[in-house]
Design a protein around this ligand. Structure first.
Ligand code: HEC
Length: 465
């Protein structure tokens, strides 16, 4: 699980081999040392770059947004070494925090001291070991070296569509509603990831009921509904998929058959009632057959691909975003063979997916600030710069009646974005509460949208007029 680097940390952030163009973007591009980068390498759109020979990249951390492919670790882990900025605690970070992912994960988006405490305790849940002495030194180092960056202002684009927002605070403060679920009975459910619970809001009365998980610290992450009205969720911190019976509150836990599959992530049912899910850090796709309880796991071919958001096509094929690289994968529901489709820009980091009735897949490119359209039939991809720009961090996305809706999580306040694929026009709205990073959204059965606003502890119902 841990991938420790060679002793010689010779480059600050990355020693990049000369074969593959690496996506990099910095705001001011403070560089040092042996750098061979054409100016266009910093334009954000690396697709336009002529094949540069990049040697050693050296960037002032607090000014940089580096987006280096995690997948490259596997290919050239030995050639590539990393060096973190100077400071007390650097050795701990180098030994403990660069391995499963590269140092670019530490740079974006930057955190407050408290924010770093949260991240480190999350990393400890998934396998990082730190002594009581190391913990404060590391946290201080991270907070000092990678502070929270000022977020760009939301770009509000007017248009002809009107929406209204209704927001509810979850019952347990700090529960961190990660994903929303609009159920067929009109309720809004959420996972309270940090309080290990599921919640149900009745939008008519505003009443909320929360269901704590029977297994503590489960870290419920994604959730979905079966035909009988049970709520299924991924226990991201406790290596199981849960089924909650809302009538009794009873939870059935389906354990992962492989201990490596510790972080089930996003669940979705196909048309046969089979549950598919991503297992992000473990780099797997899972299949759970509710009738038998059987769980099968398949490893994604690209190492450190970080399988993330998932959708199912009209033909019953699950597609998933590979957040650790610039790929979208699909898994054959019968043979369980995974195919990966490479997106045109090496810097793309698709995080979540939406799919329409036409089976066109839409992805939010979190790293580059783009909306992407991927046609699985032709393999063609087309991209549009998100209104909030390169740092807008598009995240939760869905397709509703042929129109694309997503949220920009990197702008202040977070936006709700509408994209009409027919006119290729964007319209945006500020989310009243600020959004607090909308990690997922989905349509309701009557054509509205539900959003989980994790950081502000709210759920939103968006009515489209
Ligand atoms: C065992 C593998 C592993 C190690 C070691 C590891 N991480 Fe992570 N890290 C992950 C995975 C998987 C994710 C994505 C899941 C998530 O966001 O919780 C992640 C995500 C992150 C993120 C982005 C998520 C966010 O909330 O911003 C940051 C920042 C991060 N790690 C920092 C660290 C730090 C700091 C360390 C060292 C203390 C570390 N990681 C060590 C696996 C690891």
């Amino acid at each position: 699980m841990h991938r420790f680097r060679g002793a010689m940390l010779i480059a600050f952030f990355a020693l990049i081999d000369s074969m593959t163009p690496r996506p990099t973007a910095t705001r001011r591009g403070s560089l040092c040392g042996k750098v061979r980068l054409p100016a266009t390498a910093f334009a954000g759109d690396v697709g336009r770059r002529s094949t540069p020979v990049i040697r050693t990249l050296c960037v002032i951390a607090t000014e940089a947004v580096l987006l280096l492919p995690v997948s490259a670790l596997s290919q050239s882990a030995v050639d590539r070494a990393k060096e973190l900025p100077e400071g007390n605690g650097r050795d701990i970070a180098a030994a403990k925090c660069v391995g499963c992912h590269d140092a670019s994960r530490l740079v974006t988006p930057g955190y407050s001291h408290e924010g770093w405490q949260n991240v480190v305790s999350r990393m400890m849940k998934i396998g990082v070991t730190l002594t009581p002495d190391q913990l404060p030194v590391l946290t201080d180092y991270l907070a000092r070296t990678f502070p929270q960056k000022p977020q760009p202002a939301a770009q509000l684009l007017p248009g002809s569509v009107e929406v209204s927002f209704r927001e509810w605070a979850v019952a347990t403060a700090g529960a961190f509603p990660h994903d929303p679920l609009a159920t067929t009975d009109g309720a809004i459910w959420y996972t309270g990831q940090r309080a290990s619970l599921l919640g149900r809001i009745d939008p008519a009365s505003g009443s909320i009921r929360e269901y704590p998980t029977s297994i503590p610290d489960s870290g419920p992450h994604g959730l979905t509904e079966d035909a009988a009205g049970n709520i299924w969720f991924t226990a991201n911190s406790a290596a199981y998929v849960g089924k909650l019976d809302p009538k009794s509150g009873a939870i059935t836990a389906y354990r992962m058959p492989d201990p490596k599959a510790r972080d089930p992530h996003t669940p979705i049912f196909d048309h046969q009632g089979v549950l598919w899910f991503t297992v992000q850090g473990a780099n797997m796709i899972g299949r759970l057959v509710p009738r038998t309880g059987e769980v099968k796991l398949v490893v994604v071919p690209t190492a450190h691909a970080l399988p993330y958001g998932m959708v199912v096509s009209s033909k019953g094929v699950p597609f998933f975003a590979e957040f650790g690289t610039n790929r979208i994968g699909d898994i054959d529901p019968h043979s369980l063979v995974i195919h990966e489709h490479v997106l045109p820009n090496a810097g793309s980091r698709p995080r979540r997916l939406g799919i329409g009735a036409d089976d066109i897949i839409w992805y939010t490119d979190y790293a580059r600030g783009y909306l992407g359209r991927f046609d699985p039939t032709t393999g063609a991809a087309k991209e549009w710069a998100s209104p909030g720009g390169p740092q807008s961090q598009p995240y939760g996305i869905t397709v509703l009646n042929g129109t694309i809706w997503y949220s920009e999580s990197g702008v202040r306040p977070n936006t709700l974005v509408r994209f009409d694929p027919r006119s290729a026009k964007f319209q945006t709205w500020a989310i009243p509460s600020g959004g607090g990073v909308v990690r997922n959204m989905m349509p309701t059965h009557d054509g509205q949208l539900v959003l989980a606003e994790s950081g502000v502890g709210k759920l939103a119902l968006v009515t489209i007029k």
